[in-house]
Design a binder for this molecule. Structure first.
Ligand SMILES: *Cc1c(COP(=O)(O)O)cnc(C)c1O
Length: 474
């Protein structure tokens, strides 16, 4: 059985039209014709036909010591975690919802046995081991995984300004940074970011709380309610007709040369990356609390929805540091925008876009609607990530409805991309055999990273659910 058989909609086109793409021979992509690329990497034929597929990394280097590309190490993750600790009094004061956890921005790790049964039924295959949802859809403040990296980067910038301006010294209680005096200082500084939506929400809400002037450059897929919400926080939202890359480019251009403007560069930011990486430490503690072992006999599989790569890349970097070869990290992308998979398998990284291979990049998974991967992330995770798979848009909606019915959990379409991870990887028999995992799968844990959904308005969510139900009964 191949991965594409997972989808009950095989052959159906759902709301997006499949294109008949059979490697036009004359187009040159980075020195080779598309036909040559397809000969070198036969899976590109399926990729170009929008077929769901799984790519296994042929050259994983094992554990993360010091990244050869970025020079980052575990110490950098320690420093990021320590910074988040310093800000806990500020966060607890500024966002009452975080008070019960003392200003910690964290989400539950939840067993989802009923969804496992629904998934087995949906895919027609048994899933041994345990299935968990990492509920980043419930992260406080901005309701998505971006509440990790995005908020971390704003905190780091605020700390820099605060130290430079003498608002605090190291060791002080940062709660004062929510006061009027600090606000007056921050009001002279600007933050700009390009986003498909959720990064803008995180940066905008947190930046505005400090009193920064925040500009969010939104790409075409950004939902109206996200723009409205940001404007209600006093954030300047600039709408761009183009895709995510052009929104980022515009933000970068406007921020360039402005000494008092910090540009959050989703394609290149080390800060975002480290903010995401801290998630691994938190997860390690949660696994320990649930008495779930991760070792040579108890493999851990983690499935991460991927857009530009920062969130899944940072989390993978953190996890490989802690668990080495006992953790298996896979990225999940829409069949219409598999930019990271394409960058990794060709080795072209940011030099390639999905349009170069004839794909349109259009997907209902707005958080994943990215046509060109981050080169920094791709190169950093190339020796770490175990593989990547693609998911049809229709499946995202079906899984959304199945999760709502089985576990009463609502997530946005992007956040469901990882859910097909267990069935996809269980079918990769060569991978399981080579890694000696075949006999260990009954003792495995699977974590689907649920990356967003909490902020989605009820009506919008009801529409997603209806769409999923309708597709399930077709
Ligand atoms: C941004 C986002 C992702 C992926 O993160 P990247 O850093 O873009 O790879 C996944 N899911 C949701 C809901 C997101 O908003």
């Amino acid at each position: 059985m191949t991965h594409s058989k997972n989808s009950k909609n095989n052959g159906k086109t759902d709301d997006l039209q499949l294109q008949d793409n059979t490697c036009p021979p004359l187009e040159l992509v980075c020195g080779a014709t598309l036909a040559e690329w397809c000969r070198r990497l036969p899976l590109l034929v399926d990729l170009m036909a929008y077929k769901p597929l799984t790519w296994i990394n042929p050259n994983p280097g094992g554990s993360a010591g010091k990244s050869a590309v970025s020079g980052l190490t575990g110490r950098d993750i320690d420093a990021a975690e320590a910074r988040l600790e310093r800000f806990r009094p500020f966060i607890a004061a500024a966002f009452p919802e975080t008070r019960p956890a003392g200003g910690l921005i964290e989400s539950p790790l939840l067993p989802i046995p009923r969804m496992r049964a629904a998934l087995e039924d949906h895919c027609g295959l048994l899933i041994p081991g345990r299935l968990f949802l990492k509920c980043d859809n419930l992260l406080p403040i901005s309701g998505s995984v971006k509440a990790r990296g995005g908020i971390y980067e704003v905190l780091k910038y605020a700390e820099e300004v605060a130290l430079a301006k003498g608002l605090v010294r190291r060791g002080d209680d940062y709660a004062v940074l929510g006061g009027d005096r600090a606000r007056a200082v921050f009001a002279d500084y600007r933050i700009a970011v390009g986003s498909t939506g959720n990064l803008g929400l995180s940066i905008g809400i947190m930046g505005a709380r400090f009193g920064f002037q925040v500009t969010v450059h939104m790409s075409a897929e950004a939902r109206q309610w996200k723009k409205d919400l940001l404007r209600s926080h006093g954030v300047l939202v600039v709408e761009h007709p183009g895709d995510y890359s052009s929104a980022v480019a515009e933000g970068r251009r406007q921020a360039a040369g402005d000494q008092r403007c910090h540009f959050v560069d989703d394609e290149n930011s080390v800060d975002l990356f480290l903010g995401y990486a801290v998630a691994a430490r938190r997860l390690q503690r949660q696994l320990a609390e649930l008495a779930i072992p991760v070792d040579a006999d108890h493999p851990l599989f983690v499935y991460l929805p991927c857009g530009v790569g920062g969130a899944p890349g940072g989390i993978t970097f953190g996890l490989k540091h802690l668990f080495g070869e006992n953790v298996h990290c896979f990225f999940a992308e829409p069949t219409h925008a598999p930019c990271m998979l394409l960058g990794l398998c060709t080795g072209l990284h940011a030099a390639v876009s999905v349009q170069d291979f004839g794909l349109n990049g259009i997907t209902a998974a707005d958080g994943l609607a990215v046509s060109r991967p981050s080169g920094f992330i791709g190169k950093t995770v190339a020796p770490l990530v175990d593989g990547a798979f693609t998911v049809d848009d229709g499946e995202l909606f079906r899984l959304l409805a199945l999760l709502a019915d089985s576990e009463a959990i609502s997530m946005e379409p992007s956040a469901l991309a990882g859910m097909l991870g267990p069935p996809a990887i269980l079918q990769e028999r060569d991978y399981l055999r080579e890694k000696g995992l075949q006999e260990k799968m009954a003792a495995a844990s699977h974590i689907v990273w649920g990356t967003g959904g909490q902020m989605v308005p009820e009506e919008e969510m009801a529409g997603y659910y209806r769409q999923g139900k309708e597709l399930l009964t077709r």
